[in-house]
Design a protein around this ligand. Sequence first.
Ligand code: RB5
Length: 154
Amino acid sequence: MLRMIIALGADHGGFPLKKPVSEATESGGNTVLDLGTFDETPVDYPDYAKSVADSLTSGRAQRGILLCGSGVGACVAANKIAGIRACLCHDTYSAHQGVEHDNMNILCLGARVIGPALAVELVNSFLGATFSGAARHKRRLEKIVALEKPLHHE
Ligand code: RB5
């Protein structure tokens, strides 16, 4: 398994999963970059999505995990940032296949939807996977990068 720095961010809705997710990440030999939040005081998930995304685009971390109530808001916010491929995965197949085929770099989870045991399995699937590097997967990623460019609709 790869050893990586994993940026972890949660809003108050995701906070209950933070400890099991953090422990699973570290037990896999990875280092957690904890970007908050640190209690269940209401906060705004876009702030944490931005912190985690920025840590990836700046090279401080290799992958990220975002937690909110449903996982949806954090996912939507993170994907606004170029270079981010965040996905809400509540099944283990998507959690690893999203890395292998799509080079997903942020896993989003909803703490009001799944419990800690499944969250740990999802984290292990996500962190244990690597991008295939296959020509067809690279070609599709290049098309995603083209979509990030302002004039892609021309
Ligand atoms: C916070 O109440 C909640 O809206 C947030 O955690 C998340 O579920 C949004 O998608």
